[in-house]
Ligand binder design. Structure first.
Ligand SMILES: *Cc1c(COP(=O)(O)O)cnc(C)c1O
Length: 456
């Protein structure tokens, strides 16, 4: 029983923004498997990685040992513009559900990019600037990452080149214009500007693109221009590290009111927000100090944890990136065209994959119509219009709160509300018009895609 009355929003003070990121790998007995150089199948060295990534970020990628990594002052100063993010007690949702559970959500949508991605974008732009680079290249799907990176690059006066999955480029013109407002150059992918883009266009005429394909183009663009490096908004261990600011703030806010979470829930695309949210809590579990129920939520149409295999795979369609051991559906897997809810990457962060394989977290997959139903319910009582991605976590938080209603348990449920959904109104429109469909891939489809994983 908490002794103090808990406010709707638990705010931290500005000077309570974490000054270090927490590297959960340091506390993992089974470390995530190393990235492999696709040419040699040997673990990537710093030398391999720094051709593609900024040197300091490559070092973070390889760092399995330092538990705490200082956040540079320039990044902390930027964090102050939109952090600390509030931890909200969902009193209105609890009342609507008539549940004895206490529901909390960490809201990361309070910045123009509309998501948690800015936490890593600003760090990556900072290290690129420190290295004296001219600019960075990247891919974006729905556009949140590209937006976050363009904001970060304009802050540090870096050139920003974004390869945007063609279907999103055409369907989300406003996202594109936000990026251009911040000075980014946005190119629909596959383009005719890179070798890999031209090859994909030749092989698949009229293709509307995919994330894996846009990654290949961005990597090629980075390695072919002097003074450029490639940056990625999810999946990598460095990104998960930067996102631990979410979990550290969440823990600090809960500690203020002596709240101990029973269940911690996050949506999982590439695993960065989930990994960032759970890292401090998983650390306690790894050190044998505490026990929590941690749930990763993924879309039924892109179920890498629940139906994928834990093997080495390509990170991109063009097969130019290092190989990563992860839960994967195969790098050629593309979710059904009627899938609107984001989280469409074929693989999963190697940290999250290893924690899942070791039983520290469970995974659930959910149907997109259920996700939008949960989103609508949440929007109507809590005010915030959630991103479809975030709504996967809302869906399972509601499920767990309803279980508490049956059992009468007063559990503390914490979930990550990663962003807002203002640019996802085409998907909401489909849902509102009753035209949204669910898709569940067959075992055969998944097996066919997995058969193309490299033999390592
Ligand atoms: C990108 C994104 C996600 C998924 O990415 P992860 O790396 O799995 O965290 C979730 N929610 C929002 C709002 C996003 O923009």
């Amino acid at each position: 029983m908490a002794t103090k009355e808990i406010p709707y929003k638990i705010y931290l003070e500005e000077n309570e923004i974490p000054k270090q990121w927490y590297n959960v790998r340091a506390d993992m007995k089974n470390k995530p498997a190393p990235l492999l150089n696709p040419a040699t199948n040997k673990p990537c060295t710093l030398e391999d990685l720094e051709k593609v990534f900024c040197t300091e970020l490559a070092k973070q990628e390889l760092n399995d040992t330092d538990a705490w990594i200082d956040i540079p002052q320039e990044i902390l100063d930027f964090y102050k513009m939109y952090r600390p993010a509030p931890l909200v007690r969902a009193y209105c949702l609890e009342k609507e559900l008539d549940t004895p559970a206490h529901i909390y959500y960490k809201f990361e949508g309070n910045n123009t990019s509309g998501s948690h991605k800015l936490n890593s974008a600003i760090a990556q732009a900072y290290y690129a600037k420190q290295q004296g680079l001219k600019g960075v290249t990247t891919e974006t799907g729905a556009g949140q990452w590209g937006t976050a990176l363009s904001m970060a690059c304009s802050y540090f006066d870096l050139d920003c080149q974004v390869y945007m999955v063609k279907v999103s480029y055409e369907q989300k013109p406003f996202r594109r214009e936000v990026m251009r407002t911040y000075g980014a150059k946005v190119t629909p992918s596959p383009s005719m500007e890179t070798e890999v883009g031209r090859k994909i266009n030749r092989e698949f005429p009229g293709t509307t693109g995919s994330l894996g394909c846009a990654i290949s183009e961005a990597v090629e663009a980075a390695t072919k221009q002097e003074g450029y490096r490639y940056v990625l908004g999810s999946v990598l261990s460095q990104v998960l590290l930067h996102q631990t600011v979410i979990g550290l703030e969440t823990k600090a806010a809960l500690d203020k009111y002596d709240i101990v979470p029973d269940i911690i829930i996050g949506c999982a695309g590439g695993g960065s927000n989930l990994g960032g949210l759970i890292s401090p809590f998983a650390g306690e579990m790894l050190r044998g100090e505490k026990k929590y129920q941690i749930i990763a939520v993924e879309p039924m149409s892109c179920p890498s944890l629940t139906r994928g295999r834990y093997v080495y795979d390509f990170c991109d369609t063009g097969k130019v990136c290092p190989l990563a051991k992860m839960y994967t559906l195969g790098s050629g897997y593309i979710p059904a065209p009627n899938h609107a809810g984001g989280l469409r990457y074929h693989g999963m962060s190697s940290i999250v994959s290893q924690l899942y394989d070791d039983g520290y977290l469970e995974a659930r997959s959910v149907k997109q119509t259920d996700v939008f139903e949960a989103a609508q319910k949440f929007a109507r009582v809590e005010g915030i219009l959630p991103a479809p991605e975030s709504s996967h976590a809302i869906k399972v938080a509601i499920d767990e709160a309803m279980k508490c209603k049956e059992t009468g348990e007063e559990k503390n449920i914490v979930f990550g509300l990663t962003g807002t959904g203002y640019f996802d109104m085409v998907a909401y429109q489909k849902f509102n018009d009753g035209l949204m469909e669910d898709y569940c891939p067959t075992d055969e489809e998944i097996a066919a895609s997995l058969a193309k994983c490299p033999k390592v």
